[in-house]
Design a protein around this ligand. Structure first.
Ligand code: TRP
Ligand code: ZN
Length: 886
């Protein structure tokens, strides 16, 4: 809880640290009702600064100081000063040793930051500023130190004691206690520190690095989960190989450990040599985890592993540079997943996610640049903009420089800055050095918030065979930022002939034409590209592969979109054409809903879906992507002031029409796919993901027809499946159907079967929380009392409260405001326990400006109610301040 109003911290206020910590020696004494932390810090005045000795100000929160010694002499109370966030002393020498002992209460730590207990084990989460809740320290990423850590705990309850680096000693204490000492040879900032103590089992494997070193790999889990580690282990080995092959990066310690914990605020954490994971991002086996969960495990394991170089060996100077490690690492993990699975499907998924969620953030009150200029609470800046848009910025560099030069740039970056804490400018400087390019203008992507709009128009002159593309860019104002300067926008494009082939491209002034696609570099507010020797009126295929995170506006007719959906040679743009077509159709229905109960659906959508279904050679993964209508969240983002209920209704209407019209071919295809699924054992690989995705999508359409035979097929898929992907899809279809008896029966049998598996119960909660039928809120309220639910567990909160407020349009946006009031209640309750979670869960309400006036009013009322509910955490305070400021 805050005691004073949180204040803004500005990038422009950055100062080098006054003191450095060469060595950090920690000893933990873990007990059931308290823990003691002894810290012995070997410190020096920062040699880069002057000779004076300013006061030493250490960070520390929620610590009870038990003892403090300077160079072995105990300090009296007049020799130091304490506030609720700092400890200050006056050093007398340039080098000194500071020892402190603090008492903390991990068992009462519900914020899950610092040292806490989860399912009986001790674990830590120190990023961004959690280390200061463990001991007094210079808790900033540019203070890097060599850590030695000793952990003492009761041996029976905590047989496994882990920290970063290598174990160097162990022994027994009296009273059934034992200890282990770990030493990390690499200097690191405190945010990468970790300890774990628990009764854990581990799965072991090994990896031989490219230089022939053997690395022991261990995944630690609670004993009952020991059979769910193989997929994560495979993913880890694939990641290690990939980083060697694609980036030339080798692992650097003799052990790499992953620990799964049940209570975790985020996905996972890249602590040096000891990654700590949300169990949902490690545990996966066919019977309990969906294909999507398997892919998430693969992606997160890779992400955290890749941080060993992009984040740990080279870290951030300060938290404004967060995207230096996060944007780069997300880019790296998405390329890895693209290589392991289907590249185009991965790109489609990433772009759909970016446009629905990051674009919304960029258009809302929390909008901030990839490198923010200020913040109150850094935990609020682990955002879609830092991660996903940050990854897009790195992707654009990769596109502009080309893979080979980009690799030279990353090599140079790692070589120049190994062991350092650096800035986004250093990353760009390395890319400039290897490419000879001036990236000054490109860097606006780091400083200007908001999603740029790219307006493209064209004209063709048959007489001179010239084709002109005129591109105008602009970027909307965002809080605190107006009059944006033009960005550097890589515009990947091709020109298609009437036959759908790519026309040769020759810009005016060029002596020869190039085949296929090319990347135009858009750098001005308005720019015209003139192509010569264009033999026929072309149809442009623009922003191929989504080559920049912008809103593209080009006036495609519905027939143009139908053509592109069938013929574009870029798989991403084929999908995009289908999305834009479906969007136009749904928007048209939204308009009609106000006038009539019987809207008119553009039959061309049905016809093209029918044609796609009949296309035997179409890859099932692509077909599944084509058949998926744009999400309600994405459609809402297309409006200035959206009516969420009308949008939901229109999307439902279009889905139903498609289902009735295409029932026959869908059923035939469904049955064929289901048969393959029944006949082949589960494999976690791209081609099988694709088959099950298409199968489940068809089932969801088919269930809309309310046909009893289809319901039987659905019950069959739910009941007879060797994997969670088919089972859960069957359950979701039943829960969203009018067959409520069958749905209840299925829910009950599912819960009975999986009641002891918390991750499966999360899915059971989510399916119900997302169900859009009337009475959804009552159901969720009822589930809050279910024995498997706990408001202290973030996965449970996300599964129930999160799924309701982000996936249940009809009930969350209920006209009477009940959905919003419910979320506000939960946010208030959460804030007292876990401020980071409260500040995350509130985000749907912060988007109030996107909605019609009625919904705006209801959302604002709840935001104000939260604001006036009493003492707020800094996390929630900042979000509310910004949301209500506009
Ligand atoms: N560095 C982590 C990641 O992206 C992020 C993270 C994990 C985190 N746990 C956190 C950030 C808790 C803030 C608070 O991989
Ligand atoms: Zn990360």
């Amino acid at each position: 809880m805050r005691t004073e109003q949180p204040k803004m911290i500005a990038l422009s206020d950055y100062r080098l640290p006054d003191y450095l910590i060469d060595e950090t020696h920690l000893t933990f004494e873990l007990h059931e009702s308290y823990a003691l932390v002894h810290a012995r810090l070997l410190m020096q005045r920062n040699p880069g600064l002057d000779e004076s000795l300013p006061p030493l100000v250490l960070d520390g929160q929620q610590l009870e100081l038990v003892d403090i010694e300077l160079d072995g002499r105990q300090l009296s109370v007049v020799e130091y000063s304490l506030t609720d966030s700092h400890l200050q002393i006056q050093p007398a020498k340039h080098q000194f040793e500071l020892s402190t002992t603090v008492r903390i209460e991990p068992q009462n730590n519900t914020a899950l930051e610092g040292l806490y207990k989860s399912s009986g084990m001790f674990c830590t989460q120190c990023e961004a500023e959690g280390f200061r809740k463990i001991t007094y320290y210079l808790d900033r990423p540019d203070v890097m130190s060599r850590f030695t850590t000793t952990i003492h705990a009761e041996k029976h309850r905590y047989p496994i004691l882990l920290s970063n680096g290598n174990p160097i000693a162990e022994g027994e204490d009296e009273n059934g206690r034992h200890w282990v000492t770990w030493e990390d040879p690499f200097k690191k900032p405190a945010y990468l520190f970790a300890v774990v103590a628990g009764d854990l089992w581990c799965v072991e494997d090994s990896f031989t690095t490219m230089s022939g070193r053997d690395v022991a790999l261990r995944i630690y889990v609670e004993p009952e989960n020991i059979d769910k580690c193989q997929h994560a282990m495979n993913s880890l080995k694939n990641s290690m190989r990939w980083d060697e092959e694609v980036y030339g990066r080798e692992y650097d310690l003799d052990i790499f450990m992953i620990v799964a914990v049940n209570d975790f605020n985020m996905g996972a954490m890249e602590n040096k040599g000891l990654n700590i994971f949300n169990s949902s991002c490690v545990l996966a086996k066919a019977e309990t985890a969906t294909d999507a969960a398997h892919q998430r495990v693969e992606g997160v394991v890779a992400h955290e592993y890749f941080h060993n170089w992009s984040g740990n060996r080279v870290t951030c100077r300060d938290w404004f540079q967060l995207s230096l490690k996060e944007g780069f690492t997300v880019f790296r993990d998405s390329e890895f997943s693209a290589d392991m699975n289907s590249r185009v499907v991965k790109r489609i998924e990433d772009v759909a996610y970016l446009r629905t969620h990051q674009f919304a953030e960029d258009a809302g009150p929390m909008a901030h640049p990839v490198r923010p200029a200020q913040y109150m609470e850094i935990s609020n800046f682990y955002t879609l903009t830092i991660y996903e848009k940050g990854a897009e910025v790195v992707r654009m560099l990769h596109t502009l420089l080309g893979a080979e030069t980009f690799r030279k740039g990353s090599d140079l970056y790692f070589e120049r800055h190994d062991g350092q804490a650096v800035t986004c400018d250093d990353f760009i400087a390395a890319m400039e050095s290897v490419s000879g390019m001036d990236l000054t203008q490109f860097k606006r992507w780091y400083s200007q918030a908001g999603t740029p709009e790219l307006q493209v128009s064209d004209s063709y002159d048959a007489a001179t065979q010239t084709y002109q593309l005129t591109v105008k860019q602009s970027c909307p104002d965002t809080p605190g930022q107006t009059d944006k300067q033009p960005f550097v926008i890589p515009l990947s494009m091709a020109l298609l002939s009437k036959q759908g082939t790519e026309l040769p491209l020759q810009l005016q002034g060029e002596s020869v034409a190039t085949e296929g696609e090319r990347v135009l570099s858009v750098t001005q507010a308005e720019q015209t590209f003139t192509f010569i020797n264009v033999a026929e009126q072309p149809l442009p295929s623009l922003l191929r592969g989504f080559s920049a995170p912008v809103e593209l506006r080009y006036d495609y007719s519905r027939d143009d979109l139908l053509f592109l959906l069938q013929h574009d040679t870029d798989g991403f743009n084929r999908w995009e054409a289908g999305q834009q077509l479906a969007l136009q159709v749904i928007e048209e229905v939204v308009g009609q809903i106000y006038e009539t109960d019987e809207p008119m659906l553009d039959m061309r959508l049905i016809e093209v879906f029918e044609a796609l279904l009949a296309q035997e050679d179409l890859n099932p993964a692509m077909l599944a992507e084509f058949l998926a209508l744009p999400s309600t969240g994405y459609i809402i983002e297309q409006y200035v002031q959206a009516d969420p209920l009308a949008i939901h209704q229109a999307r439902e209407y279009v889905s139903n029409q498609l289902a009735f019209a295409l029932k026959e071919p869908m059923l035939a295809r469904y049955q064929a796919l289901r048969k393959v699924s029944l006949d082949t054992p589960y494999v976690a690989q791209a081609s099988d993901f694709a088959r099950r995705r298409l199968q489940n999508m068809l089932l969801a359409y088919l269930m809309r027809t309310q046909d009893l035979e289809i319901m039987d097929a659905c019950i069959d898929q739910f009941g007879i499946a060797d994997n969670m992907t088919e089972r859960l899809a069957g359950l979701a279809c039943l829960v969203n159907s009018p067959f409520s008896d069958e749905a209840e029966k299925a829910l009950e049998s599912f819960a009975e079967r999986f009641e002891n598996d918390p991750l499966v119960m999360d899915q059971w909660f989510s399916v119900q929380a997302a169900a859009g039928l009337p009475g959804g809120l009552e159901r969720v309220q009822h589930l809050l009392n279910h024995p498997a639910f706990s408001i202290k567990n973030p996965n449970k909160v996300r599964a129930l409260v999160g799924a309701f407020s982000t996936q249940n349009t009809a009930n969350f946006h209920a006209a009477d405001g009940s959905g919003y009031a419910f979320l506000a209640d939960k946010v208030i309750k959460l804030d007292a326990l876990n401020p980071q979670m409260a500040a995350r869960m509130i985000s749907p309400l912060t988007r109030w400006q996107r909605f019609d006036l009625h919904h705006q009013e209801q959302m604002l009322a709840q935001l104000k109610r939260i604001k006036n509910s009493g003492d707020l955490s800094a996390d929630l305070f900042e979000v509310l301040e910004k949301s209500l400021a506009v």
